[in-house]
Design a protein around this ligand. Structure first.
Ligand code: HEC
Length: 105
């Protein structure tokens, strides 16, 4: 039954096509990046990095920081007078890095 085979494939293709946006929406942000998003937008220093670095980390009163690595952020939190009021654990810094890397595309 050649006809049945083709229509089954077409059926599956349509299902996959319809499901794609659902998967894309949830798969993009890893749990680590999702935790980083909250720190970035809200909790870092009670204001979030976004208060100075812009909603998408593209820069505002402070420079763009998308794609920054953990060491750069640690340095800034230790020595940059504008940011020393922010205290993050290493785990939280890694989460922010995951989110900044997500924003960097
Ligand atoms: C109160 C404002 C403020 C907040 C909040 C803030 N920053 Fe900054 N940040 C600055 C300023 C201002 C600079 C630039 C300092 C300079 O150029 O000397 C900077 C610089 C940086 C740099 C270095 C950028 C470069 O080009 O070298 C990184 C990385 C950075 N911030 C990360 C973060 C992260 C991550 C957060 C949140 C955890 C954060 N910042 C929150 C003000 C802020």
């Amino acid at each position: 039954m050649r006809f049945l085979k083709i229509s089954k494939r077409a059926y599956i293709a349509i299902l996959l096509f319809l499901a794609t946006p659902v998967f894309a929406g949830t798969a993009e942000l890893s749990p680590e990046a999702a935790a980083g998003k909250i720190i970035f937008e809200e909790t870092a220093g009670d204001v979030g990095c976004s208060a100075c670095h812009g909603a998408d980390g593209q820069g505002d009163s402070a420079p763009a920081i998308t794609g920054m690595d953990a060491d750069s952020i640690r340095d800034q939190l230790d020595y940059n007078e504008d940011m020393t009021f922010i205290e993050l654990t290493d785990e939280e810094i890694d989460q922010v890095v995951a989110y900044l890397s997500f924003l960097d595309h």
